[in-house]
Design a protein around this ligand. Structure first.
Ligand code: NAD
Length: 440
């Protein structure tokens, strides 16, 4: 393994481009070998990565394996199982004026050198899942882990070069200056996960080179609770989905939208569910994570006064702990309702009925996810038809992103493009049109 640690971004990209041009990344055998090595890295060094995730985010080992390491292994296995099938050229019918001997097909071409920029909240999964999709599509890849999860960034920078082809995969660590320098280079695709402000910076830089982008962003994902839903089940699922990773999940239910009567009935259910999942003292629960840094801790602390506390509210700056908190009687104009919360605070906002809920959702940015808890087919159909969101989950938050055969991505302010499973191949390949007409 050569040491490329002193390389400048332009040199890294040129080196990877030379590998790509040599054709080395093209054969399916090379791609599947990289995926197998990545899998081996995860199975051999899962505990190292879990330790880094605990250092950065207080993630429990169970959570680290479930939501990051095993999640990525499943995605690798799914891709290995189906890749040959996904890459198969697809014949297309040819119109009569081209003659009966003409044939047409589409074929997937790799794009070239891809840049993946990852965030801190799921710093393993959100770096490796795009990486494996880009490799499966036959590209060379530069990955940039988030500096806000420094232990995980260091672990990935140490492990990836030991397992993958270093002429085709480079890890560049760093913060804004390093990322800015990378973005000045020409890539063939940029895959960015994070917030919309930086998303705009990425897209502007990409425009200079006409580079296509995938932007996996966030926003406020609503959870609508219908009259008559089983509130004990609803509270249980919302608590598990919302407070996973201390609420620092892009598809976490951001707020609850329901009628006043259901809102009142939900209050004791939320308190019970938090205790059932995290115990009477969540601060001592190994399953409950911590806020990533003081800046986010202070930001979240300032949102706690946005409503009446149903459960939680306790904080400890020294350990960056914020209790799983549910707020009732929250005004839509309150601070907690202005931006994505991205922390363990769940406000409940009331609306008169489904019509008002739909209007409330449509008055705001298109969310990354919309959740609804209802027994009514009519309500499900109306929400599906009358709202727009990256994904739609009935009865269970977060789970849609674990279905490898579903595209994962946002719409409008929550992002553009998608990935996972075969959608990663669509994202990281060019679907080329090929027409053949014999000369004879
Ligand atoms: P972050 O601060 O780690 O930033 C993400 C990446 O952008 C990092 O690698 C960082 O180095 C880079 N970056 C930061 N400033 C930059 C700049 N000025 N120029 C170039 N690069 C820069 O993560 P974050 O943005 O705080 O992540 C949280 C946000 O991400 C939330 O809005 C969340 O909803 C969203 N998110 C979305 C998804 C998804 O899959 N759609 C997943 C996770 C997080």
């Amino acid at each position: 393994m050569n040491d490329h640690s002193t390389e400048q971004p332009a040199e890294t990209v040129a080196r990877l481009r030379a590998t790509f041009r040599s054709g080395r990344t093209q054969p399916v055998e090379w791609r599947t070998a990289q995926l197998r090595r990545l899998r081996e890295m995860l199975t051999t060094h899962g505990a190292d990565l879990a330790e880094a995730l605990h250092a950065d985010l207080g993630k429990s080992s169970t959570e680290a394996f479930r939501t990051e390491i095993d999640f990525t292994i499943r995605e690798i296995d799914h891709t290995l199982e189906h890749l040959a099938d996904w890459l198969r050229p697809e014949p297309a019918p040819v119109p009569a004026h081209l003659g009966a001997d003409a044939t047409a097909r589409t074929q997937y071409d790799p794009l070239g050198v891809v840049l993946v920029i990852a965030p801190w909240n799921y710093p393993v999964q959100l770096l490796l899942t795009p990486l494996l999709g880009a490799l499966a599509s036959g590209n060379a890849v530069v990955v940039k882990p988030s500096e806000m999860a420094p232990a995980t960034s260091a672990a990935l920078a140490r492990l990836l070069p030991r397992h993958l082809d270093t002429d085709a995969v480079a890890v560049v660590e760093g913060a804004v200056p390093e990322t800015t320098a990378l973005l000045a280079e020409r890539f063939d695709h940029i895959f960015y996960t994070g917030n919309g402000t930086v998303g705009r910076i990425v897209m502007r830089a990409a425009a200079e080179h006409l580079t296509p982008v995938t932007l996996e962003l966030g926003g406020k994902s609503p959870a609508f609770v219908d009259r008559g839903a089983d509130l004990s089940v609803v509270a249980d699922r919302l608590v598990r989905g919302k407070f996973l990773n201390a609420g620092q999940t892009c598809v976490a239910p951001d707020y609850v939208l329901t009628d006043p009567e259901t809102a009142r009935a939900l209050e004791p259910e939320f308190a019970r569910a938090v205790e059932a999942v995290f115990g009477a003292d969540p601060q001592s629960s190994r399953e409950f994570g911590r806020i990533v840094n003081e800046r986010h801790f202070d930001r979240l602390g300032s949102l706690l006064g946005s409503g009446r506390t149903v459960t939680g509210g306790h904080t400890d700056r020294a350990t960056k702990y914020i209790a799983p908190t549910v707020l009732a009687d929250v005004d839509p104009k309150a601070p907690v309702m202005q931006e994505e919360i991205f922390g363990p605070i769940l406000p409940v906002v009331t609306v008169a009925d489904l019509d008002e809920a739909i209007a409330f959702i449509n008055d705001r940015d298109k969310p990354l996810a919309l959740y609804a808890f209802t027994e009514s087919d009519h309500t499900r159909e109306r929400l599906a038809a009358e709202t727009s969101s990256g994904g739609l989950g009935f009865g269970l938050p977060l789970a849609h992103l674990t279905v490898s055969d579903l595209p994962f991505g946002g719409v409008g302010e929550s992002g553009m493009g998608s990935y996972h499973g075969r959608y990663s191949i669509e994202t990281f390949s060019h679907r080329k049109a090929v027409l053949s007409k014999p000369l004879g």
